[in-house]
Structure formats: structure tokens, C-alpha cells
Design a protein around this ligand. Structure first.
Ligand code: KG4
Ligand code: ZN
Length: 344
């Protein structure tokens, strides 16, 4: 059995996980800082890194205990080195280096985006949780079309094999999650904005306001996205309408515009690349309207992780780390954090 311990501290979740043989999750501990950052209306980087320092050790100890693993059982330590907040990443990277050095273990640096992609490769295990949509991914499913939708990224990628990516397109400005967070702020809804908008949109009319769908069916930007114009359109709408705001209808109309663009472009990209399987991942993949629209419109088989693996976690880092480990990738003790790390 090959056990990988993974550590993830790229933003505001302190997370550790132990994974067996690349896909079987033995433990997955996530200490969320949402309550700490809520009063700032977003992640406060200095607060985040200090909290990681306080939480990282108990989180790792809990992950090891829940997995019933000893240090001697581990084959490697994987850690997110970027992209993310530099001060937050530093905590995880240095703790991982300490463990690797102390135990003589290989150190594997993982790109956070690659982690999100690999959330789809984990075996669905947690009892009582909704299963993965679709079925277990197999190597024979390559090439895959991947949509990454998180707070920092909106990317369409072609994945030809483990660790092999080609970029088809991505956002030119705000990421989808960032748009959710910014529009939530405009509507006076609490952080994090994605879940707040989703809740506010319940019972709202998604067709009441026709909001822009940038680059949709635009041959010059077939696989690119832009959400800043949509955010500005919502701001103008709010200013025009005045109080009391029809918050549910605005939230539902905004959410429908984002979901329409994401699903349409994913379907178009899959057709253009001739893939037979699609993977969706990242924090915004937790969105119920996106999941419903994918179920309604996607004719190809697709995977989307259960909600608890959509937002940041270390299970996905362990999975990506395992495939890097078996491919022979090793990081040195000079592994540095990269706030703007690119996958490709
Ligand atoms: O992947 P993630 O946890 O962190 C990054 O790597 O960025 O994604 C966080 C983003 C935030 O922008 C958050 O508002 C969004 O995912 N998000 C959602 C939902 N849950 C989280 N967006 C829409 N609907 C949701 N249910
Ligand atoms: Zn993330």
C-alpha cells in the first residue's frame, strides 16, 4: 500500500489528508477559517497565514490519526506550492519540508489547480455523502475535457494523460467564483459569496433580468470567459432599481448568466475536441444551479466531485501528488511558494 500525506494551505482552509494507492481516501481534515474572515467580507491574508500556523499541526495529527497511519507508513509528502496567498502557502510548504526532512520522505510539490482536477479521480468514499456524478474515472477515459471553476480560476483544459494538459481558454478578467463573491458584496450578502448567492437565488426568477453572457458563441473567443462586464451590469441594475432590491431575482438572474456561459462553452469545447468524458471541478462546481444545468444539458458522461471535495481540501492534493510521485517527480528542499503558479 502506498500512503501519501498531503497538506493544503493555499487560501483560508488548513487541510491535511492521507490517501492510499492514489484513490482511496483514508482521512480528509479541513479546518475552515470562514468565520474568521467573514467580518472582513473576504479573506484577510495576514489573518489567514497566522491561523494556518496555529491550526496546521493539529490538522495533520488528526489526519494521521483518522487514517490510523504512522509516520513509518508514509511513502511521500505532497504539498500545494501555488497558486494562492504567499503567506498561507509558506506555512504548508515549510511544514511539509520539515516532515520530509525529519522522516527522510520524498517531497512532492502540487499545483493547486491540478489538485482540483484530481478531485475527480478520488474514489467516492464518505458514507452518507452524495456519490460522484457519473462513474469512477479510468485511464481509458483520456483525453478528458476539464472545466476548472474556482475563486481564482475559470479554465477549460484538455487533459491527455496524467499530468498532461493543454489550455483551451480561460477567463480574461474575473474568475467565476470571484464574480459570485463580488456580486454578493454588491447585494450585501455575506462572505463567501457563492453559497450566499445560491441561497438568495432560491425562489428568484432567473429570467427577470437579461444579463450579459460575454463571449457566448463568439468565434474569436470560443473557449474564453469574461465576467467583469456581468459584475458591472449587476452594479448598474442595483443602482437603477434602488431599495428595496429584488435580491432573489437579481441573484437568480446573475447565477443563470454565469451558469449558461460555463455550461455552453464546456459543451462546445467537448464537441470541438472530440472528447468522450468531461470533468468539472473547483469551488463553483458546488453550485446547485450549475450542477442542475449540467445534468440537463450535458449529453456526454461527466464527473463532478461531491460538494465536500469541490471547495479546497487536501484529498485532491494527495491524489495529484500520488500521480506525480509515481511519475518520479520530486521537489527539493528549495521548493518555493509561487503565488501565481501556472499549470501549463
Ligand atoms: O476552489 P475554492 O474553494 O478556492 C479557490 O481555489 O479559489 O473556490 C472558492 C470559490 C469562492 O469564490 C466561492 O464563492 C465559490 O468557490 N463557491 C461557490 C459555491 N461554493 C463555493 N460558488 C457558487 N456556488 C456555490 N455553492
Ligand atoms: Zn481551490
Amino acid at each position: 500500500m502506498t500512503l501519501v500525506l498531503a497538506i493544503e494551505t493555499s487560501c483560508d482552509e488548513t487541510a491535511a489528508a492521507v490517501l492510499a494507492d492514489g484513490r482511496r481516501l483514508l482521512s480528509n481534515v479541513v479546518a475552515s477559517q470562514i468565520d474568521l474572515h467573514r467580518r472582513f467580507g473576504g479573506v484577510f491574508p495576514e489573518v489567514a497565514s497566522r491561523q494556518h500556523v496555529l491550526t496546521i499541526r493539529p490538522v495533520i495529527e488528526q489526519a494521521m490519526a483518522e487514517a490510523r497511519a504512522t509516520w513509518d507508513d508514509l511513502a511521500a509528502v505532497a504539498v500545494t506550492y501555488g497558486p494562492g496567498l504567499a503567506g498561507s502557502l509558506l506555512v504548508g510548504v515549510n511544514v511539509a519540508k520539515g516532515i520530509a526532512l525529519g522522516r527522510g520522505l520524498p517531497l512532492i510539490g502540487v499545483n493547486h489547480l491540478e489538485g482540483h482536477i484530481y478531485s475527480n479521480w478520488l474514489d467516492p468514499v464518505r458514507p452518507g455523502q452524495p456519490p460522484f456524478t457519473g462513474r469512477r474515472l479510468e485511464e481509458s477515459d483520456f483525453p478528458l475535457l476539464v472545466l476548472v471553476v474556482s475563486g481564482g480560476h475559470t479554465e477549460l483544459l484538455l487533459m491527455r494523460g496524467h499530468g498532461q494538459y493543454a489550455r483551451l481558454g480561460g477567463t480574461r478578467d474575473d474568475a467565476a467564483g470571484e464574480a459570485f463573491d463580488k456580486v454578493a458584496r454588491l447585494l450585501g450578502l455575506p462572505y463567501p459569496g457563492g453559497p450566499s448567492i445560491q441561497t438568495a437565488a432560491e425562489g428568484g426568477d432567473p429570467q427577470r433580468f437579461a444579463l450579459p453572457r460575454a463571449f457566448l458563441n463568439d468565434p474569436d473567443h470560443p473557449f474564453d470567459f469574461s465576467f467583469s462586464g456581468l459584475k458591472t451590469a449587476v452594479l448598474r441594475l442595483i443602482q437603477e432599481l434602488g431599495e428595496p432590491l429584488p435580491t432573489a431575482d437579481i441573484a437568480a438572474s446573475f447565477q443563470a448568466a454565469v451558469v449558461d456561459v460555463l455550461v455552453s462553452k464546456t459543451i462546445q469545447a467537448a464537441a470541438a475536441c472530440g472528447v468522450q468524458h468531461v470533468c468539472v471541478c473547483g469551488g463553483v462546481a458546488a453550485n446547485a444551479a450549475l450542477r442542475a444545468e449540467l445534468a440537463r444539458r450535458m449529453s456526454l458522461p461527466y464527473s463532478i466531485p461531491p460538494l465536500w471535495l469541490c471547495t479546497d481540501n487536501a484529498a485532491m492534493i494527495a491524489c495529484a501528488g500520488h500521480y506525480r510521485f509515481v511519475a518520479g517527480c520530486r521537489a527539493g528542499y528549495d521548493l518555493d511558494v509561487e503565488a501565481a503558479a501556472q499549470l501549463i
